[in-house]
Design a binder for this molecule. Structure first.
Ligand code: AHG
Ligand code: MN
Ligand code: MN
Ligand code: MN
Length: 332
């Protein structure tokens, strides 16, 4: 049995290089996120026993029906970050507008803003399949002590100071980067402690899995159709295996661990695909790159795109370097 002794708390203290910018504040912020992750994990584990599955009867700004656990997870993260007075603003998938946190004296001096997808893959909750929370952290660009502005959130992903996700799967895991590689921690639910289980994660440069919702095939651009034909050809190491969970957290985490390519392409009805740039594409693009992988919108690096809207969508092609680069040759 592997020896899991280093906890996330110890890891955060032991590695000052994790916090190039502001050791104490960013560490506390990651602590708040890992705590909220435990609260959400505990709640999700009760699904099916108490009345927490199903929809709540409202829709979010993207026109999606909100699930009870979407709302629970959103409130858990917002309340934890607000009560700990550790950020000055939040953008969430479930809130139309950015949230400005004024602080006790109306002059919030916190330096960081958080973007988040509180519950990713929520259509999978009711069927007991992995869901997750995705987050990205930026330094605000507006002056400390003034209310946050949208510009604080409309920063390219290459300015993220940290990003990661918590997956509520067969186990609960928190995986994050502060720009010094990627490390994964698994929660021991009996004692509520995350242990370092996946140190210094590297994406294999090549894999044999492709992951896409192929039901949309007829609506994909010709380049994407041609690439799908390519992965299915009997040639060298092809055809590749197909895997698609429908929770980005699960699909990209598998891609990071085993290698492969995950993509959500543009389509005739959805020219920018479905995934949201701020709180889905950018955090995973940062993680993938930090683990030696690649993330593009089909033609350019995700992390270099300057967002224009907090809920903007973006096509996404991420995973093993060789495979994503190959896919891009079909998009030209
Ligand atoms: P969310 O549940 O946060 O709205 O995100 C759903 C996203 C993502 O998790 C997943 O990869 C994708 O939607 C699945 O979309 P399709 O059902 O169109 O494949
Ligand atoms: Mn949603
Ligand atoms: Mn999502
Ligand atoms: Mn979501």
């Amino acid at each position: 049995m592997p020896n899991r002794t280093l906890t996330l708390g110890e890891f955060l203290i032991d590695r000052p290089e994790e916090f190039e910018y502001d050791n104490a504040e960013l560490g506390q912020l990651l602590n708040a996120i890992r705590l909220a992750g435990k609260v959400v994990s505990h709640e999700i584990r009760k699904a099916g026993l108490v009345d927490i599955t199903g929809t709540i009867g409202s829709t979010n700004v993207q026109g999606e029906e909100q699930k009870k656990l979407d709302v629970f997870a959103n409130e858990a993260f917002i309340n934890t970050l607000t009560n700990r007075d550790i950020v000055c603003g939040i953008v969430s998938e479930e809130n139309d507008e950015m949230i400005s946190i004024s602080g006790s004296d109306n002059r919030n001096r916190n330096k960081y803003v958080v973007v988040m997808d509180p519950l990713d893959g929520s259509s999978n909750i009711d069927v007991n399949i992995t869901v997750g929370t995705i987050f990205g952290i930026y330094r605000r660009v507006s002056p400390v002590g003034t209310p946050v502005t949208e510009e604080d959130f409309l920063q390219p992903g290459n300015l993220q100071v940290a990003a990661g996700f918590i997956a509520y799967g067969t186990s609960t895991m928190m995986v994050y980067t502060t720009g010094n590689g990627v490390n994964g921690f698994t929660l021991n639910p009996a004692i509520g402690t995350y242990y370092l289980s996946h140190p210094n994660i590297q994406v294999p440069t090549k894999g044999n899995i492709y992951s896409v919702n192929e039901g949309g095939y007829v609506h994909f651009p010709q380049g994407v159709k041609n690439y799908i034909k390519y992965v299915q050809q009997e040639e060298e190491d092809r055809p590749y295996t197909s895997r698609y969970v429908g929770s980005m957290v699960a699909d990209v985490w598998r891609t990071i661990l085993l290698g492969g390519i995950y993509f959500y392409p543009p389509s005739t009805g959805k020219p920018d695909g479905k995934l949201r740039l701020l709180y889905e594409c950018n955090p995973f693009a940062f993680l993938l790159e930090q683990a030696g992988g690649v993330a593009t919108d089909g033609t350019q690096r995700i992390l270099d795109i300057k967002p224009t809207d907090i809920h903007q969508r973006m096509p996404f092609f991420g995973g093993s370097k060789e495979m994503v680069e190959k896919a891009m040759t079909f998009m030209k």
